[in-house]
Design a protein around this ligand. Structure first.
Ligand code: ZN
Length: 241
């Protein structure tokens, strides 16, 4: 088994070191790959898909949480090779489709590793045609789309209603950047956010609007099951900005 069951029909591809790729196997018409990982981990992703029995030809599409290279890195390959439709928020589609340049990340934390990763992102162009441009508020299969700008302009959260699970990309993390070794819930990292204040405001607004979930399946770190919403509220309440 190369995709580990997380909760209900949600699976996590095993063996990926950079970023998480989740699978949702909700049956015909509701099979999704959520994020596509870093291009360097393509062989691991393909092995994970193959060995989990998740046939790319039966997948409904690739849902991107945002445009960064460690999440959208294999989307063009999956689209080209398996004919999968790619979904992303329309604001990130501007960059993914090459109409706009990504704003440069300007690291300010003083962390040299975070600085180095930011420079790599600044020098990486991740492009893919976006077949379905999202606005937020849609229902895609059994997932709801929630726009949460700030980490990138078009960051989205996908909420799986049936299992009360939130797939958050980098808008809310389950491991501490930049090395993501420490496993705990954490807010977006200032060095990688287009607008950190906006990222926090997005999260606060969604929680104030009663975004309801128990489980967090973030772009980095192990899934947090059971009390994720309370942890997120505590984090947001204690944030210094
Ligand atoms: Zn990111």
């Amino acid at each position: 088994m190369h995709a580990r069951p997380v909760v209900g029909p949600l699976l996590r591809v095993r063996g990926l070191l950079v970023s998480n790729v989740f699978l949702l196997d909700g049956g015909s018409g509701d099979r999704w790959i959520i994020d596509s990982g870093h291009v360097l981990e393509r062989p691991l992703l393909l092995a994970g898909l193959r060995r989990s029995g998740f046939l790319p030809g039966e997948v409904s599409g690739v849902l991107l949480t945002h445009r960064h290279s460690d999440h959208a890195g294999n989307a063009a390959f999956l689209r080209r090779t398996f004919g999968l439709r790619v979904f992303a928020h329309r604001a990130d589609a501007e960059v993914l489709e090459g109409r706009q340049r990504a704003p440069r990340l300007e690291p300010s934390s003083g962390d040299p590793i975070a600085w180095a990763f930011a420079q790599i992102e600044n020098h990486t162009r991740t492009t893919v045609p976006v077949d379905v441009a999202l606005a937020g508020g849609e229902q895609i299969g059994s997932l709801e789309v929630h726009h949460a700008p700030g980490h990138t302009e078009g960051s989205v959260l996908y909420r799986h209603v049936g299992t009360r699970s939130l797939l958050s990309g980098d808008a809310l993390l389950a491991a501490v950047p930049p090395l993501t070794v420490a496993q705990r819930m954490t807010l977006p990292h200032p060095d990688y956010a287009v607008d950190l204040d906006q990222a926090l405001a997005s999260l606060r607004a969604l929680h104030a609007a009663a975004l309801d979930y128990d489980n967090l399946l973030a772009g980095h770190g192990r899934p947090i099951l059971g009390e994720a919403r309370r942890l997120a509220e505590d984090l947001l309440a204690s944030a210094s900005r």
